[in-house]
Design a protein around this ligand. Structure first.
Ligand code: 3EB
Length: 448
């Protein structure tokens, strides 16, 4: 992967910081309980993380899959120790704001809750537990986001709400729904989850039209109940809920490009019948902040899918770009091997992975930003800070990973087994790209 130091905002690290290995005063027995090991597993294992330098603030994303093996407790301990080691390697103090924990078995969640309480204490990040077995066969994998606290202020309001303030912007992370609430219709469950998110946002003066990114982890997503698929019922509830949200009158200026107005989204399966949801909202009065919802030039917009896929179409943008001063963050929705509105490379996980990456490449390309209204922005696959890869069949994992690593290099990633919402989709990939505003290549009308 080509890194241009003067330009690149992100730096990936996969290996541990070797300086830590020689650190004096590191007490193996105290710090890991792993007497007898030359080095604790969280220091010799990989430490997939990316530092994003946004000038006045640093962001850090960690994609941690433990490698040391052992019982679930040991794996969980290794993962948390890895997070701690990565945080300690940073040049500025950082705190975790949000984490999504992918677990093999729902029964292991209480162990994690205890461990997180012990480690984070009162400063508990917004935490989602998603039952999606990590592909490497491990009991868990954690995606954790942190921010530099010398310039940002993090407030932990309650288990469903965290806010992060910096540079006159406020990010609001909210969660709704539950792993445990079962025995309700998918429609009721979905509507309730959106209402919970709205309620949480309201307590800090935000509203749903401020939301830029949504995650929906739906239990048994493709299961039919009374002849209707649960995912279709989620779409019906989302359509009803969104009908009352004035997305087209957001407080932050949004480029108008037809009728793409919705937040970016991931809609994916998880075990059990619960529904885990989270969203991220942005509030600011800054004049140099703006939003651009992106649609894919290769795909029909999801909200325009023909009725055969879902009577009420999935209401989401293919990506949401947020610009703030010279920086652009592009939140890429769950992306699959769909061209126009049809699944392509049916039964071929390698072909689907290639197509999915091509879809992402075209979606975030400067040409697409220009087509949709921003002449001075855009990104490449090299600008991805991390990816999350959802694989339908565990046996496809190695092939899928080989394609991702060939096209993206080795960037921080988590691979987990999950049901994708169409029976013929074998892979879905989401990610985030960070890029800088560049000089417009041409000046339409020449009126500068
Ligand atoms: C697709 O492109 C694949 O329902 O929110 C991807 C991302 C998908 C989000 C959602 C669904 C959703 O249609 C599935």
């Amino acid at each position: 992967m080509t890194q241009v130091p003067a330009e690149g905002l992100i730096s990936h690290s996969l290996a541990p910081d070797r300086r830590l290995l020689g650190r004096r005063g590191w007490n193996l027995a105290r710090d890991t309980g792993a007497a007898g090991l030359e080095f604790p597993p969280h220091l010799i294992g990989e430490q997939h993380h990316t530092v994003i330098d946004l000038g006045s603030v640093k962001r850090l994303v960690m994609m941690v899959t433990p490698e040391g093996g052992g019982a679930f407790r040991d794996e969980a301990w290794e993962a948390v120790s890895t997070i701690r080691a990565i945080l300690r390697q940073q040049s500025v103090p950082m705190e975790v704001t949000m984490q999504t924990v992918f677990v093999r078995d729902r029964a292991d969640v209480p162990v994690l809750e205890l461990l997180f309480k012990a480690y984070y204490g009162e400063r508990m990040p917004l935490t989602l537990f998603v039952v999606q077995p990590p592909c490497e066969g491990r009991g868990l994998a954690i995606e954790a986001w942190a921010v530099s606290t010398d310039t940002a202020k993090v407030e932990y309001h309650n288990e469903h709400l965290v806010t992060v303030n910096y540079g006159d912007m406020r990010w609001v992370y909210a969660s709704g729904g539950s792993l445990h609430r079962e025995g309700r219709t998918a429609y009721e469950q979905s509507l309730e989850a959106f209402q919970n998110l709205q309620q949480s946002l309201k307590t800090v003066g935000a509203s749903f039209e401020d939301v830029v990114r949504v995650w929906l982890y739906q239990g048994c997503i493709t299961e039919e109940v009374d002849g209707v698929e649960r995912y279709r019922e989620l779409n019906r509830a989302r359509t009803d809920f969104f009908a009352n949200i004035p997305f087209d009158h957001r407080r932050i200026p949004m480029a108008k490009n037809g009728h793409a107005i919705y937040p970016a989204s991931t809609g994916i399966g998880t075990h059990c019948h619960g529904l885990i949801t989270a969203c991220m909202a942005l509030q600011t009065n800054r004049q140099d902040v703006a939003l651009l919802p992106l649609e894919n030039p290769l795909q029909v917009s999801a909200f325009d899918y023909p009725k055969e896929y879902s009577a009420k179409s999935p209401k989401f943008a293919r990506a949401m770009a947020v610009r703030a001063g010279e920086f652009v963050t592009t939140w890429i929705s769950g992306t699959a091997s769909i061209v126009n509105s049809e699944t392509v490379f049916k039964g071929d996980a390698v072909g689907q992975t290639e197509q999915t990456l091509t879809n992402i490449e075209k979606l975030i390309a400067p040409e697409n930003f220009a087509r949709l209204g921003w002449e001075d922005a855009g990104a490449t696959l090299d600008d991805l800070a991390k990816i999350h890869v959802y694989v339908k069949h565990a046996e496809d994992f190695e092939k899928v990973r080989a394609v991702c690593e060939r096209r993206l290099g080795r960037l921080p990633a988590i691979y987990a087994v999950a049901d994708v919402c169409r029976p013929d989709l074998l892979v879905e990939i989401e990610g985030v790209a960070f890029s800088r505003i560049h000089q417009p290549q041409h000046f339409p009308g020449g009126d500068l």
